[in-house]
Ligand binder design. Structure first.
Ligand code: PEP
Ligand code: MG
Length: 559
């Protein structure tokens, strides 16, 4: 650390918690040396390249076998590409033309990527996966460290992961038992890395200037309290380390004492539900977090790596797996939220200059209606075979007409409880008409903030506008909750804001009947709700609504 570098780095809070440990940096992709060595023995060079590709394929296959869901699919596809005979033939041609093995691999992969991009559609999207394959093979050939997640000398070492940003494949293979905290130079608090970190209960700071200067092996303290602090303390003193460790133990003890259904101090119920994106880790729902059910099942996550639309039978099997694990509990299944930041290869949307404003969420039903029909058929059939209380809702509803059409369609499949997500400001403004036709609503604050403030949820630079404590957003949220309260219909919040323990009593005061969040966030939210009566929550809510800035709103929630 130089004298001019700050000792405490500040970024954006993405996932709460406290961690102390050595920094470990993501390994950058290898660079080809400036001068290419001459090749004397082309056969030996080809053998070297082939061996490296074989080894990379084997290691990808081994990792794929241990991964699940989306990650397993991406890794298996990469391994298949490493073994692809046409890729190997291109490597051979380059070696025959006198190129050294690492350069030959670079050229062959470049050619394959060009062909995939020219083919368009699903293949074009997979072209970037080949980049990782090339980097790994070249690193092996050059004898330098493998790019990607750090591999500390001691494989049991737990560490604080430092990265520019995390790619989906990195986060999907993250060794969650080793990573104490995540610090990224870029990314927004509702972006991909943040959601994964929160789901795993790992503290995370994103968009952290100065993170690039932290050296591998340096000890750091990472302290994150959403809405309060998001800091990285470099070179902490022995006393600071001890104090942080004590604080961590106290926090863990306080949360361990919290279990059971969500309620205020005087017993007013606020259901605490889990956000789920896979059917693999269901124990996370019923384990330590003690979720009462599922408030948001992001079905599109099941099919992110699929080239063709899943059949009704496949979908029914996946939904049945989730529903069968939760008999008697509420499970809110969201229909496919494809498009924008969640492209699905089998949903053909054409070229869109602004995908976040294009055909996404419920709007995809207008271009591929069969997708929604099939999905509702599969959900209804899985619901009929299991004993969970199934509710279904559509994402990105913009008008009362869309809400009414979805309700009618879902009911025609025999689904008894049908709702919509409120993520578009126009829908919040017309909540009265929407509330009349639905059985419930759930607010997606990640998108509602994005569209209310015209601020990309994936961009750290505009994160201050995406702050859930922005008065403009809070007023919309309160308005929606009030419309549902007047009709005595359930109203939920399932965006990342639901995980903020300071906000939870305010939301209870607004009239929310449930909050849905990453399972790991539930204990802290439950503890915060239990500290206040409903009347105190309402008083706070009123004070917060009168605030004119996020800082004032937070201060009002504490008094
Ligand atoms: C949201 O927008 O708040 C939400 C819960 O949906 P997603 O994050 O999946 O878009
Ligand atoms: Mg959304």
């Amino acid at each position: 650390m130089t004298a001019t570098e700050p000792r405490v780095l500040t970024g954006l809070a993405a996932s709460p918690g406290l961690a102390v440990g050595p920094a470990r940096r993501m390994v950058p992709p290898p660079e080809l040396p400036a001068t290419e060595p001459a090749v004397d023995d082309a056969a030996a060079e080809l053998e070297r390249a082939t061996k490296a590709l074989d080894e990379v394929a084997e290691s990808l296959e081994a990792t794929a076998a241990q991964a699940s869901g989306e990650a397993a699919g991406v890794l298996a596809a990469q391994a298949m590409m490493a073994r692809d005979p046409s890729l190997r033939a291109s490597v051979q041609r380059a070696v025959d033309a006198g190129r050294a093995a690492p350069w030959a691999v670079r050229i062959a992969v470049g050619q394959a990527q060009e062909m995939m991009r020219a083919a368009g559609g699903y293949l074009a999207e997979r072209a970037s996966d080949l980049e990782d394959l090339a980097n790994r093979t070249i690193a092996k050939l050059l004898g330098v460290a493998m790019p990607g997640l750090p591999q500390p000398e001691d494989p049991d070492e737990a560490y604080v992961l430092f990265a520019g940003d995390l790619a989906p494949a990195d986060t999907a293979t993250l060794p969650v038992d080793k990573v104490l905290a995540i610090v990224t130079e870029r990314g927004g608090p509702t972006g991909h890395s943040a959601i994964i970190a929160r789901a795993a209960g790992i503290p995370a700071v994103v968009s952290c200037p100065g993170a690039a200067d932290v050296a591998d092996g340096e000890t750091v303290i990472v302290r994150v309290q959403v809405g309060e602090t998001a800091e990285v303390v470099r070179h902490p003193s022995e006393d600071e380390v001890q104090a942080a460790e004590q604080q961590r133990a106290d926090l863990a003890a306080r949360l361990a004492g919290s279990s059971g259904p969500g309620s205020t101090a005087d017993g007013h119920r606020v259901q605490l539900l889990a956000n789920v994106g896979s059917v693999d880790n269901l124990e996370a729902i019923s384990g330590d977090s003690d979720a009462e059910g599922v408030g948001l099942f992001r079905t599109e996550v099941l099919f992110l790596d699929r080239a063709a639309a899943p059949t009704v039978d496949e979908q029914r099997d996946a939904y049945r797996k989730l529903l069968a694990a939760l008999p008697g509990r509420d499970v809110v299944i969201r229909t496919l939220d494809a498009g924008s930041d969640k492209p699905l290869a089998f949903v053909q949307l054409g070229d869109e200059p602004n995908p976040a404003l294009g055909v996404r969420g419920y709007r995809t039903a207008s271009v591929q209606p069969q997708l929604l029909t099939d999905q509702l058929t599969a959900i209804a059939s899985a619901a009929a075979e299991t004993a969970a209380n199934v509710r279904v809702m559509a994402p990105m509803i913009s008008t009362p007409e869309e809400a009414a059409a979805f309700v009618e369609q879902a009911r025609s499949h025999g689904l008894p409880s049908v709702g919509v997500m409120i993520e578009v400001p126009a829908a919040a403004l017309r909540i009265d008409e929407i509330a009349d036709v639905v059985d419930f609503v759930s607010i997606g604050t990640n998108d509602l903030a994005q569209y209310t403030f015209a601020a990309d949820r994936q961009l750290g630079d505009v994160a201050h506008l995406l702050d859930p404590w922005q008065p403009g957003l809070l007023q919309l949220i309160a308005r929606v909750a009030e419309a549902l309260r007047r009709r005595d219909k359930p109203v939920s919040l399932c965006g990342e804001a639901a995980a903020d323990p300071l906000l939870a009593p305010v939301l209870a005061g607004f009239g929310f009947t449930s909050l849905s969040m990453a399972p790991t966030a539930i204990p802290a939210v439950r503890a915060a709700l239990r500290e206040l009566t409903l009347e105190q929550c309402r008083e706070r809510a009123e004070r917060v609504l009168a605030a004119s800035s996020p800082a004032e709103a937070r201060a009002a929630a504490k008094s």
